[in-house]
Design a protein around this ligand. Structure first.
Ligand code: CO
Length: 134
């Protein structure tokens, strides 16, 4: 079911500052800031060739990562993302195995314009897992 590792997402308190640090200190290939109003996040993509790091900060008052940042004020890893060959089939299999899918359980379009779902972190050892259609 699982395919390639797509990205790890890190919530940061100051996106410009974090992007600058990855660029200046680590000489990383860092994108411009992308605002996703519909997802409540602003994101910077760091291209590592074989995978990506995504730095995120809350966008707007109803951001789904607002509480996370209040708990982890200095920033922290938020989720990992792994590609799947068939996301609808993956969801069916997971539901049969009593894995909880966040929200209404239906894939929605994520930041890469592909369908994604998030699995409940309590069902995977404290790690929020995003599955993305490859
Ligand atoms: Co993600």
């Amino acid at each position: 079911m699982l395919k390639r590792f797509n990205h790890v997402a890190i919530v940061v308190p100051d996106l410009d500052d974090a992007a600058r640090k990855y660029k200046d200190v680590l000489n990383a290939s860092v994108s411009d800031v992308h605002d996703y109003a519909e997802h409540g996040v602003s994101v910077v993509f760091i291209d590592l060739g074989n995978t990506k790091i995504e730095l995120m900060q809350p966008y707007g008052e109803n951001s789904p990562i607002k509480n996370f940042l209040e708990k982890h004020t200095g920033g922290a890893i938020h989720h990992i993302c792994i590609e799947v060959s068939d996301i609808n089939q993956a969801c069916e299999n997971l539901k049969l195995k009593n894995i909880r899918i966040l929200g209404d359980g239906v894939p929605r379009i994520g930041a890469h314009n592909k369908p994604v779902v998030f699995l409940h972190p309590k069902d995977f050892y404290g790690t929020l897992i995003e599955l993305e259609q490859e």
